[in-house]
Design a protein around this ligand. Structure first.
Ligand SMILES: [Zn+2]
Length: 462
């Protein structure tokens, strides 16, 4: 008899077979008597194969095959039938637990490298059940992972030096980077909206140690491997992505989605008009809150998703409606439907809406623009001003905005815009945040009329 209690799922129930085979393969005697494994606390569902190793160690200790470690260990790993240990998700979280409990943390050798990011954790890589036993008993030091400076390789990064012309869009990108603002580019296809968005991670400040650990933890929970690099993550999910792929979920243990993989970085929605409305609506609340909650089958998890949202879109299905080429053959009804999708609640969350025009021939022949490297310096200074004030301008609350110093002319301009542009209260706050960032970029303490005027220009109707 070998029974498992404490809400095991199918993968955990199958641990019985793997544990039995692995114990025999490792050269230990499998105790042939009644075995009950109690996974506590009993009311939390257990999922996945990572319990194999702790179950095997527990069975061996209970049967007297090995001396139980005096203080205990944190262990995580899937067992193969021959006793070797396979990598599992969440090694980084286990290391954080081990550090908190002051216990050594036994992890599959392949998962140990990312766990070494947790400063002060006693992480030991193990290859097989026999090896894990020797490490748990203190007979073997285990494999000490070589510390990695993990972060995310930002896929398809681009440099602003590649962008020709587009001075308005470049300026918008710099402001968005400085204040962390959500930014929407709209314009005809081929005008460089996507290229510009891909330049954003390169002008954002590099991640701090804490942020890097947060990112590594999110990626670890998703079972993604990290590589070297210090730049914020950049994720660009396709409009055909499922809700689970985007916000997290899946069968078994909920897995973080693209939003969480983009934590502390950029979530880029290319061709945002092609995303189904329900998908965009699902994104809205997590983006406001900076975290996403997934609850089902008694499991409730929260994943962080403090992301900067960047979107790109045409203004009609074919994309030529506003480029003056006369090539647009879309019916007024089709254009209307397309626009309606863009006026949904998520698109309302963009702080800045920027029209990008096709590049003129003169610009194409001219020299490339200012490189990302020199823009980064200005962005970093503006961010420092915000840090000193307390928070990123994107996250300024209404109360904080009310307290910031404004020139009276700037306040007048804002008031008249409120009537003229029919701004909502939320839209008004967004203009104020962006104006604050523009002042910060200029090193100005008081927000002036010019700052507000520029911020309003990024608030045009679609
Ligand atoms: Zn069209």
């Amino acid at each position: 008899m070998f029974s498992l209690v404490g809400l095991p799922d199918t993968a955990v129930r199958e641990a019985k077979e793997r544990v039995r085979a692995a114990i025999s393969s490792a050269g230990f005697r499998f105790p042939y008597r009644r075995i009950t494994v109690n996974l506590a606390p009993a009311d939390i569902p257990k999922m996945g194969s990572a319990y194999d190793l702790p179950i095997a160690l527990g069975v061996l200790a209970a049967a007297g095959e090995i001396e139980p470690a005096a203080s205990g260990v944190v262990a995580l790993g899937e067992l193969a039938l021959d006793g070797t240990i396979r990598s599992v998700r969440g090694g980084l979280g286990a290391a954080i637990t081990g550090r908190a409990e002051g216990l050594p943390c036994l992890l599959p050798a392949t998962s140990a490298a990312e766990a070494s990011l947790v400063g002060g954790a006693d992480v030991r890589g193990v290859r097989s059940l026999a090896h894990a036993v020797a490490v748990a008993l203190g007979e073997d030091p285990g494999i000490r992972p070589s510390p990695v400076r993990a972060a995310v390789v930002t896929e398809h990064r681009a440099d602003l030096a590649e962008v020709r012309g587009q001075s308005a869009a470049r300026r918008a990108l710099e402001i968005a980077a400085a204040g962390g603002h959500h930014l929407l580019f709209h314009g005809p296809p081929g005008c460089g909206k996507t290229l510009m968005a891909r330049c954003l991670p390169g002008i954002l400040p590099t991640l701090t140690d804490d942020e890097r650990l947060d990112v590594a933890r999110a990626w670890s929970a998703a079972g993604r491997r990290l590589a070297a690099g210090d730049h914020p993550p950049f994720r660009s999910p396709h409009h055909s992505a499922t809700v689970a792929a985007l916000v997290g979920g899946g069968s078994g243990v909920p897995v973080p989605g693209e939003m969480t993989l983009a934590h502390h970085g950029v979530l880029f929605l290319d061709e945002i008009g092609e995303f189904p409305a329900h998908l965009l609506n699902t994104l809205r609340q997590p983006i406001e809150a900076g975290e996403v909650h997934i609850a089902r089958k008694g499991v409730s998890v929260t994943f962080p998703c403090d992301v900067q949202l960047v979107g790109a879109t045409n203004l009609c299905p074919c994309g030529h409606h506003e480029d003056g080429s006369g090539r647009c053959k879309c019916s007024p009804g089709a254009i209307e439907r397309y626009r309606r999708r863009l006026s949904g609640p998520l698109v309302d969350r963009f702080d800045m809406r920027v029209s990008v025009a096709r590049v003129e021939a003169d610009d194409l022949l001219g020299p490339g623009g200012e490189a990302s490297e020199s823009v980064t310096g200005r962005v970093a200074s503006a961010r420092q001003i915000q840090r000193d004030r307390g928070c990123l301008n994107r996250n300024l609350g209404r109360g904080a905005l009310d307290c910031l110093p404004w020139e009276s002319a700037a306040a007048d301009l804002l008031r008249s815009a409120l009537d003229r542009l029919d701004l909502t209260a939320r839209g008004w706050d967004r203009v104020r945040k962006v104006a604050r960032t523009i002042a910060d970029l200029g090193g100005d303490e008081v927000v002036g009329e010019a700052h507000v005027a520029e911020a309003l220009a990024f608030r045009g109707r679609l």
